[in-house]
Ligand binder design. Sequence first.
Ligand SMILES: *Cc1c(COP(=O)(O)O)cnc(C)c1O
Length: 248
Amino acid sequence: MSAFDNRPVNRRTYTMSSIADNIESVTRRIQKATTDAGRDIDSVRLLAVSKTWPAADIRAAVAAGQHAFGESYVQEALDKMAELSDLSEIEWHYIGPIQSNKTRQIAENFSWAHGIDRFRIVGRLSSQRPAHLPPLNVCIQVNISEEDSKSGCSLNDLPELAEAVLAQPNLRLRGLMVLPSPAQSEADLRASFRQLAELQAMLNQTPSINGLMDTLSMGMSADFELAIAEGATWLRVGTALFGERADL
Ligand SMILES: *Cc1c(COP(=O)(O)O)cnc(C)c1O
């Protein structure tokens, strides 16, 4: 482990079967919200956010049928990948902020990156993507609300950043991602999700993109039903599956 990434891992204090139970109840909530929204049940997928939880928890989730996992800290993720290398069915998503000095590890080890927010990392991720792997699936993180201090591409830069991703041979532009500040009201959260969907629809109408973007990465434990109502396709859910994270 590097000195910068030497993060403690949460310890589980209750039984693993609760992970399977949680997956089942979240899946039921997703199905209900998807049906209520009049959407196809296969159009919404669950990304299990396993950051800070040990590899054994991921193994329990895989045994319960979950295959896509989201991690936010590169070294922690690589350690878990090594521990779980016998489970070839896992699809790894990088959902954390992307530091320039971590792009190589992300390009070499993940299938998806959800937090693309600036030009500098776009070229690096593509040139560092190994030739034997399919293109890295990319979502551009958008900074939608002004009061939101989170990272993300500005609305002004978004069209140009999308073009930049599109121009890279080893990246595949899949969609947009938003991480709204959790303090917002339900109405404001919903407005952010709707705006992300509208931005994507607009980009999809440009001749170069022409409908290629098929992914909206939005919705977490507290708000995924709202996100489904506004068109989410990847739900990034941690707490509702693995429990409350200690503040690490
Ligand atoms: C931690 C994290 C999540 C999961 O949040 P929960 O509230 O635990 O479901 C989703 N997205 C990102 C980018 C995260 O960092």
